[in-house]
Design a protein around this ligand. Structure first.
Ligand SMILES: [Cu+2]
Length: 106
């Protein structure tokens, strides 16, 4: 009986770890909301533009991800984060005035 409970708990936690979460960051007039988003390895992030002007989400380092320009009411394709670390990014139009970070936890 005790073993069964333990086994079920193990199964549940295995599934929980395997499931990835789909996050959405909003692009406002000159900011990302939330500015810093914490995700887990394997999670995906989409950027949705709720402002009037075009924005992108472009990784600072080597453009490791780049949504391209997203228009009002449109959203990017999902970007999957496979490695832990901090991924600062900015808007290719507005530069460092519009910046955010994705923090990927193991
Ligand atoms: Cu912008």
């Amino acid at each position: 009986m005790r073993f069964q409970i333990l086994f079920s708990a193990l199964l549940i936690s295995t599934f929980a770890n395997a499931a990835s979460t789909a996050h959405v960051v909003q692009m406002k007039s000159l900011s990302y909301e939330p500015r810093t988003l914490e995700v887990k390895v394997g999670d995906s992030v989409r950027w949705k533009n709720t402002a009037y002007t075009n924005h992108s989400a472009t990784a600072d380092e080597n453009k490791s991800f780049d949504t391209g320009l997203i228009k009002k009411d449109q959203e990017s394709k999902p970007v999957v984060f496979a490695k832990p670390g901090k991924y600062p990014y900015h808007c290719s139009i507005h530069g460092t005035a519009m910046a955010g970070t994705i923090e990927v936890k193991p």
